[in-house]
Design a protein around this ligand. Structure first.
Ligand SMILES: *Cc1c(COP(=O)(O)O)cnc(C)c1O
Length: 354
Protein backbone atom coordinates (compact mmCIF):
# COMPACT_ATOMS: atom_id res chain seq x y z
CA UNK A 1 0.00 0.00 0.00
CA UNK A 2 1.34 3.45 -0.94
CA UNK A 3 1.93 5.91 1.90
CA UNK A 4 -0.82 8.22 0.70
CA UNK A 5 -3.27 5.33 0.43
CA UNK A 6 -3.00 4.84 4.17
CA UNK A 7 -4.63 8.23 4.63
CA UNK A 8 -7.74 7.47 2.62
CA UNK A 9 -11.09 7.74 4.38
CA UNK A 10 -12.18 4.12 4.11
CA UNK A 11 -15.82 3.16 4.10
CA UNK A 12 -17.88 0.10 3.44
CA UNK A 13 -20.35 1.57 0.91
CA UNK A 14 -24.10 1.08 0.75
CA UNK A 15 -25.02 -1.50 -1.90
CA UNK A 16 -27.96 -0.38 -4.04
CA UNK A 17 -30.21 -2.97 -5.68
CA UNK A 18 -29.16 -4.09 -9.15
CA UNK A 19 -30.25 -2.04 -12.16
CA UNK A 20 -30.28 -4.73 -14.87
CA UNK A 21 -31.43 -3.67 -18.31
CA UNK A 22 -32.93 -6.11 -20.70
CA UNK A 23 -36.28 -6.41 -22.38
CA UNK A 24 -39.03 -8.48 -20.76
CA UNK A 25 -37.49 -8.32 -17.30
CA UNK A 26 -39.75 -7.62 -14.35
CA UNK A 27 -37.98 -5.31 -11.97
CA UNK A 28 -39.33 -5.54 -8.43
CA UNK A 29 -36.08 -5.01 -6.53
CA UNK A 30 -35.65 -1.29 -5.78
CA UNK A 31 -39.16 -0.08 -4.89
CA UNK A 32 -39.45 2.10 -7.97
CA UNK A 33 -42.95 3.08 -9.09
CA UNK A 34 -44.16 0.99 -12.07
CA UNK A 35 -46.16 3.92 -13.44
CA UNK A 36 -44.74 7.01 -15.18
CA UNK A 37 -44.86 10.38 -13.43
CA UNK A 38 -47.77 12.77 -13.99
CA UNK A 39 -48.42 13.95 -17.58
CA UNK A 40 -47.75 17.43 -16.17
CA UNK A 41 -44.13 16.33 -15.70
CA UNK A 42 -43.97 15.22 -19.35
CA UNK A 43 -45.33 18.62 -20.39
CA UNK A 44 -42.78 20.45 -18.26
CA UNK A 45 -40.01 18.23 -19.67
CA UNK A 46 -41.13 19.06 -23.25
CA UNK A 47 -41.05 22.74 -22.32
CA UNK A 48 -37.44 22.35 -21.20
CA UNK A 49 -36.38 21.55 -24.78
CA UNK A 50 -37.05 25.12 -25.81
CA UNK A 51 -35.25 26.49 -22.77
CA UNK A 52 -31.79 24.98 -22.99
CA UNK A 53 -30.42 28.53 -23.06
CA UNK A 54 -31.16 28.60 -19.34
CA UNK A 55 -28.68 25.78 -18.81
CA UNK A 56 -25.93 28.44 -19.13
CA UNK A 57 -26.92 29.86 -15.79
CA UNK A 58 -26.44 28.48 -12.30
CA UNK A 59 -29.75 27.35 -10.87
CA UNK A 60 -31.48 29.13 -7.97
CA UNK A 61 -29.41 27.90 -5.02
CA UNK A 62 -32.41 28.38 -2.76
CA UNK A 63 -34.43 26.03 -5.01
CA UNK A 64 -37.31 28.48 -4.56
CA UNK A 65 -39.72 27.05 -7.16
CA UNK A 66 -39.60 23.59 -5.62
CA UNK A 67 -39.46 24.71 -1.98
CA UNK A 68 -42.50 26.96 -2.53
CA UNK A 69 -44.44 24.21 -4.32
CA UNK A 70 -43.79 21.79 -1.43
CA UNK A 71 -44.49 24.40 1.27
CA UNK A 72 -47.79 25.26 -0.43
CA UNK A 73 -48.77 21.61 -0.76
CA UNK A 74 -48.12 20.78 2.90
CA UNK A 75 -49.34 24.10 4.34
CA UNK A 76 -45.88 25.10 5.61
CA UNK A 77 -43.69 28.15 5.10
CA UNK A 78 -40.68 28.02 2.77
CA UNK A 79 -38.43 28.29 5.83
CA UNK A 80 -39.67 24.86 6.96
CA UNK A 81 -38.62 23.01 3.80
CA UNK A 82 -35.21 21.73 2.69
CA UNK A 83 -34.70 20.04 -0.69
CA UNK A 84 -31.93 17.72 -1.83
CA UNK A 85 -30.77 15.26 -4.48
CA UNK A 86 -33.05 12.44 -3.39
CA UNK A 87 -33.79 11.82 0.26
CA UNK A 88 -30.43 10.07 0.48
CA UNK A 89 -28.82 13.49 0.08
CA UNK A 90 -31.28 15.04 2.55
CA UNK A 91 -30.68 12.32 5.15
CA UNK A 92 -26.93 12.56 4.68
CA UNK A 93 -27.03 16.33 5.32
CA UNK A 94 -29.25 15.71 8.37
CA UNK A 95 -26.75 13.20 9.81
CA UNK A 96 -23.89 15.63 9.24
CA UNK A 97 -25.78 18.60 10.68
CA UNK A 98 -27.56 17.20 13.72
CA UNK A 99 -25.58 14.24 15.00
CA UNK A 100 -22.53 15.93 16.45
CA UNK A 101 -22.81 15.28 20.20
CA UNK A 102 -20.49 12.28 20.57
CA UNK A 103 -23.45 10.33 22.03
CA UNK A 104 -24.79 7.38 20.02
CA UNK A 105 -27.51 7.93 17.47
CA UNK A 106 -30.25 5.28 17.71
CA UNK A 107 -32.01 3.44 14.88
CA UNK A 108 -33.40 -0.12 14.63
CA UNK A 109 -31.20 -3.15 13.84
CA UNK A 110 -33.38 -3.83 10.83
CA UNK A 111 -34.03 -0.66 8.85
CA UNK A 112 -32.76 1.27 5.83
CA UNK A 113 -29.17 0.09 5.56
CA UNK A 114 -27.83 3.48 4.53
CA UNK A 115 -28.13 4.82 8.12
CA UNK A 116 -25.10 2.91 9.42
CA UNK A 117 -23.12 3.89 6.31
CA UNK A 118 -23.64 7.62 6.95
CA UNK A 119 -22.87 7.18 10.64
CA UNK A 120 -19.63 5.42 9.70
CA UNK A 121 -18.49 7.87 7.05
CA UNK A 122 -19.15 10.85 9.34
CA UNK A 123 -17.68 9.15 12.42
CA UNK A 124 -20.98 9.28 14.34
CA UNK A 125 -21.34 6.66 17.10
CA UNK A 126 -24.58 4.66 16.83
CA UNK A 127 -26.54 1.83 18.42
CA UNK A 128 -29.22 -0.33 16.89
CA UNK A 129 -31.94 -1.49 19.29
CA UNK A 130 -33.43 -4.75 17.97
CA UNK A 131 -36.92 -4.86 16.48
CA UNK A 132 -39.14 -7.28 18.39
CA UNK A 133 -40.02 -10.80 17.16
CA UNK A 134 -42.77 -9.40 14.91
CA UNK A 135 -40.36 -6.88 13.38
CA UNK A 136 -41.93 -3.98 15.28
CA UNK A 137 -40.02 -1.11 16.82
CA UNK A 138 -40.02 -1.14 20.64
CA UNK A 139 -40.53 2.51 21.50
CA UNK A 140 -39.12 2.09 25.04
CA UNK A 141 -35.72 1.34 23.46
CA UNK A 142 -35.60 5.01 22.45
CA UNK A 143 -36.31 6.42 25.91
CA UNK A 144 -32.68 6.87 26.92
CA UNK A 145 -29.79 9.23 26.44
CA UNK A 146 -28.78 9.51 22.78
CA UNK A 147 -27.27 11.79 20.17
CA UNK A 148 -30.27 11.61 17.84
CA UNK A 149 -32.88 9.16 16.56
CA UNK A 150 -33.76 7.95 13.08
CA UNK A 151 -36.98 6.03 12.47
CA UNK A 152 -38.18 4.96 9.03
CA UNK A 153 -41.99 4.92 9.12
CA UNK A 154 -43.16 2.78 7.35
CA UNK A 155 -39.96 0.88 8.06
CA UNK A 156 -37.87 -0.72 5.33
CA UNK A 157 -37.40 -3.49 4.41
CA UNK A 158 -40.16 -4.68 6.74
CA UNK A 159 -43.01 -2.51 5.28
CA UNK A 160 -44.49 -2.16 8.78
CA UNK A 161 -45.90 1.24 9.85
CA UNK A 162 -46.52 2.73 13.29
CA UNK A 163 -49.20 5.30 14.12
CA UNK A 164 -48.94 8.96 15.02
CA UNK A 165 -49.19 8.34 18.78
CA UNK A 166 -46.25 5.95 18.62
CA UNK A 167 -44.04 8.45 16.79
CA UNK A 168 -45.15 11.24 19.13
CA UNK A 169 -44.15 9.13 22.15
CA UNK A 170 -40.64 8.82 20.75
CA UNK A 171 -40.38 12.52 19.89
CA UNK A 172 -41.79 13.58 23.28
CA UNK A 173 -39.27 11.44 25.16
CA UNK A 174 -36.40 12.94 23.19
CA UNK A 175 -36.68 16.69 23.27
CA UNK A 176 -32.93 16.97 23.87
CA UNK A 177 -32.04 15.54 20.45
CA UNK A 178 -33.20 15.69 16.86
CA UNK A 179 -35.61 12.94 15.82
CA UNK A 180 -35.60 12.18 12.09
CA UNK A 181 -38.61 10.34 10.66
CA UNK A 182 -37.88 8.93 7.20
CA UNK A 183 -41.25 8.77 5.42
CA UNK A 184 -40.05 7.46 2.04
CA UNK A 185 -43.12 5.15 1.84
CA UNK A 186 -45.73 7.13 3.78
CA UNK A 187 -47.97 7.80 0.74
CA UNK A 188 -48.80 4.10 0.42
CA UNK A 189 -50.88 3.93 3.57
CA UNK A 190 -48.69 5.19 6.42
CA UNK A 191 -49.46 8.10 8.73
CA UNK A 192 -47.25 11.15 8.40
CA UNK A 193 -45.81 12.86 11.47
CA UNK A 194 -46.61 16.19 9.80
CA UNK A 195 -49.26 17.21 12.41
CA UNK A 196 -46.51 17.03 15.08
CA UNK A 197 -44.35 19.69 13.42
CA UNK A 198 -46.19 22.58 15.06
CA UNK A 199 -45.61 20.98 18.47
CA UNK A 200 -42.02 19.75 18.36
CA UNK A 201 -39.10 21.86 17.17
CA UNK A 202 -36.75 18.86 17.22
CA UNK A 203 -38.68 16.78 14.64
CA UNK A 204 -37.46 16.45 11.05
CA UNK A 205 -39.62 14.63 8.50
CA UNK A 206 -37.96 13.38 5.32
CA UNK A 207 -39.83 12.37 2.17
CA UNK A 208 -38.94 11.62 -1.46
CA UNK A 209 -40.18 11.85 -5.05
CA UNK A 210 -38.55 8.50 -5.82
CA UNK A 211 -41.32 6.12 -4.83
CA UNK A 212 -44.82 7.57 -4.71
CA UNK A 213 -44.12 10.28 -7.30
CA UNK A 214 -42.43 7.97 -9.84
CA UNK A 215 -39.31 10.12 -10.14
CA UNK A 216 -36.39 8.09 -8.76
CA UNK A 217 -34.34 9.05 -11.81
CA UNK A 218 -34.76 12.79 -11.26
CA UNK A 219 -33.42 12.63 -7.67
CA UNK A 220 -35.57 14.83 -5.44
CA UNK A 221 -36.00 14.48 -1.70
CA UNK A 222 -37.07 16.97 0.95
CA UNK A 223 -37.18 17.56 4.66
CA UNK A 224 -39.80 19.43 6.68
CA UNK A 225 -39.13 20.84 10.11
CA UNK A 226 -38.69 23.90 12.28
CA UNK A 227 -36.89 26.82 10.55
CA UNK A 228 -33.99 26.38 13.02
CA UNK A 229 -33.41 22.84 11.72
CA UNK A 230 -33.82 23.83 8.07
CA UNK A 231 -31.48 26.81 8.41
CA UNK A 232 -28.79 24.63 10.00
CA UNK A 233 -29.10 22.03 7.21
CA UNK A 234 -28.83 24.75 4.55
CA UNK A 235 -25.73 26.19 6.24
CA UNK A 236 -24.05 22.77 6.09
CA UNK A 237 -25.19 22.16 2.53
CA UNK A 238 -23.99 25.59 1.33
CA UNK A 239 -20.63 24.76 2.92
CA UNK A 240 -20.25 21.68 0.74
CA UNK A 241 -22.11 22.32 -2.54
CA UNK A 242 -24.57 25.19 -2.96
CA UNK A 243 -25.99 24.09 -6.29
CA UNK A 244 -27.20 20.56 -5.66
CA UNK A 245 -30.60 21.06 -7.28
CA UNK A 246 -30.33 21.48 -11.03
CA UNK A 247 -32.70 23.59 -13.08
CA UNK A 248 -34.57 20.69 -14.78
CA UNK A 249 -35.24 18.89 -11.51
CA UNK A 250 -36.54 22.06 -9.84
CA UNK A 251 -38.96 22.54 -12.71
CA UNK A 252 -40.05 18.90 -13.00
CA UNK A 253 -40.45 18.52 -9.25
CA UNK A 254 -42.68 21.59 -9.00
CA UNK A 255 -44.78 20.28 -11.93
CA UNK A 256 -45.27 16.91 -10.19
CA UNK A 257 -46.52 18.54 -6.99
CA UNK A 258 -49.21 20.39 -8.92
CA UNK A 259 -50.91 17.19 -10.10
CA UNK A 260 -52.38 15.82 -6.90
CA UNK A 261 -55.17 13.86 -8.60
CA UNK A 262 -52.76 11.77 -10.67
CA UNK A 263 -50.52 11.23 -7.65
CA UNK A 264 -53.35 9.97 -5.45
CA UNK A 265 -54.76 7.68 -8.17
CA UNK A 266 -51.33 6.19 -8.72
CA UNK A 267 -50.84 5.46 -5.00
CA UNK A 268 -54.31 3.91 -4.76
CA UNK A 269 -53.63 1.66 -7.74
CA UNK A 270 -50.45 0.40 -6.10
CA UNK A 271 -52.21 -0.19 -2.77
CA UNK A 272 -54.93 -2.24 -4.53
CA UNK A 273 -52.33 -4.32 -6.36
CA UNK A 274 -50.38 -4.77 -3.12
CA UNK A 275 -53.39 -6.25 -1.33
CA UNK A 276 -54.12 -8.52 -4.30
CA UNK A 277 -50.48 -9.66 -4.42
CA UNK A 278 -50.44 -10.27 -0.68
CA UNK A 279 -53.41 -12.65 -0.98
CA UNK A 280 -51.87 -14.35 -4.01
CA UNK A 281 -48.58 -14.89 -2.15
CA UNK A 282 -50.49 -16.18 0.85
CA UNK A 283 -52.17 -18.77 -1.38
CA UNK A 284 -48.71 -19.96 -2.43
CA UNK A 285 -47.56 -20.57 1.15
CA UNK A 286 -45.94 -17.22 1.83
CA UNK A 287 -46.47 -15.10 4.92
CA UNK A 288 -46.20 -11.33 4.39
CA UNK A 289 -45.90 -8.68 7.06
CA UNK A 290 -48.77 -6.13 7.11
CA UNK A 291 -47.53 -3.63 4.52
CA UNK A 292 -48.08 0.13 4.42
CA UNK A 293 -45.49 0.55 1.67
CA UNK A 294 -45.11 -0.19 -2.06
CA UNK A 295 -43.45 -3.51 -1.31
CA UNK A 296 -44.11 -6.75 0.52
CA UNK A 297 -41.75 -8.48 2.93
CA UNK A 298 -42.41 -12.16 2.46
CA UNK A 299 -41.15 -15.50 3.75
CA UNK A 300 -42.13 -18.93 2.45
CA UNK A 301 -43.22 -21.85 4.66
CA UNK A 302 -40.88 -24.38 3.04
CA UNK A 303 -38.58 -23.01 0.34
CA UNK A 304 -35.63 -20.83 1.45
CA UNK A 305 -35.82 -17.20 0.29
CA UNK A 306 -32.37 -17.34 -1.26
CA UNK A 307 -33.41 -20.20 -3.52
CA UNK A 308 -36.63 -18.44 -4.62
CA UNK A 309 -34.64 -15.25 -5.27
CA UNK A 310 -32.24 -17.12 -7.59
CA UNK A 311 -35.02 -19.00 -9.38
CA UNK A 312 -36.93 -15.77 -10.03
CA UNK A 313 -33.79 -14.10 -11.33
CA UNK A 314 -33.32 -16.94 -13.83
CA UNK A 315 -36.78 -16.11 -15.12
CA UNK A 316 -35.95 -12.41 -15.48
CA UNK A 317 -37.83 -11.38 -12.33
CA UNK A 318 -35.77 -9.33 -9.91
CA UNK A 319 -36.69 -9.01 -6.24
CA UNK A 320 -34.46 -8.01 -3.30
CA UNK A 321 -32.79 -10.49 -1.00
CA UNK A 322 -30.75 -9.43 2.05
CA UNK A 323 -28.24 -11.99 3.28
CA UNK A 324 -28.37 -10.67 6.85
CA UNK A 325 -29.14 -12.17 10.23
CA UNK A 326 -32.85 -12.34 11.11
CA UNK A 327 -34.04 -11.51 7.59
CA UNK A 328 -32.12 -14.06 5.55
CA UNK A 329 -35.29 -16.01 4.86
CA UNK A 330 -37.29 -13.02 3.55
CA UNK A 331 -37.75 -11.44 0.15
CA UNK A 332 -38.58 -7.79 -0.36
CA UNK A 333 -40.87 -7.62 -3.35
CA UNK A 334 -41.74 -4.25 -4.90
CA UNK A 335 -45.38 -3.89 -5.94
CA UNK A 336 -45.34 -3.51 -9.73
CA UNK A 337 -48.30 -3.27 -12.09
CA UNK A 338 -51.16 -5.75 -11.67
CA UNK A 339 -49.92 -7.57 -14.79
CA UNK A 340 -46.37 -7.84 -13.42
CA UNK A 341 -47.63 -9.21 -10.12
CA UNK A 342 -49.75 -11.80 -11.93
CA UNK A 343 -46.65 -12.91 -13.84
CA UNK A 344 -44.75 -13.07 -10.56
CA UNK A 345 -47.50 -15.27 -9.12
CA UNK A 346 -47.29 -17.68 -12.10
CA UNK A 347 -43.50 -17.87 -11.88
CA UNK A 348 -43.65 -18.55 -8.13
CA UNK A 349 -46.25 -21.29 -8.61
CA UNK A 350 -43.89 -22.97 -11.10
CA UNK A 351 -40.86 -22.59 -8.84
CA UNK A 352 -42.76 -24.01 -5.89
CA UNK A 353 -44.13 -26.87 -8.02
CA UNK A 354 -47.77 -25.87 -7.46
C1 LIG B 1 -35.71 4.66 -1.15
C2 LIG B 1 -35.44 5.13 0.25
C3 LIG B 1 -34.79 6.35 0.50
C4 LIG B 1 -34.07 7.15 -0.50
O1 LIG B 1 -34.61 7.41 -1.65
P1 LIG B 1 -34.11 8.57 -2.60
O2 LIG B 1 -34.26 7.97 -3.94
O3 LIG B 1 -32.68 8.93 -2.27
O4 LIG B 1 -35.02 9.68 -2.32
C5 LIG B 1 -34.69 6.76 1.80
N1 LIG B 1 -35.16 6.04 2.82
C6 LIG B 1 -35.76 4.87 2.62
C7 LIG B 1 -36.26 4.10 3.79
C8 LIG B 1 -35.90 4.37 1.33
O5 LIG B 1 -36.44 3.17 1.13
Amino acid sequence: MKAWEKNFRRVEPYTPGEQPEFSDMIKLNTNENPYPPSPKVAEAAAGLCGETGKFRLYPDFKAGALVDALAGYYGLSGEQVFVGVGSDDVLSVAFLTFFNSGRPVLFPDITYSFYDVWAQVYGIPYERPALDGDFRIRREDYYRENGGIVIANPNAPTSVAEGLGFIEDIVRHNQESVVVVDEAYVDFGGTSALPLLSKYENLLIVQTFSKSRSMAGVRIGYAMGHPTLIRAMNDVKYSINSYTMNYPSLLLGAAAIKDDTYFKECCEKIIRTREWAKDALCGLGFACLESSANFLFATHESMPAKKIFAALKERGIFVRYFDRPRIENYLRITVGTQEQMEKLGKALAEILGQ
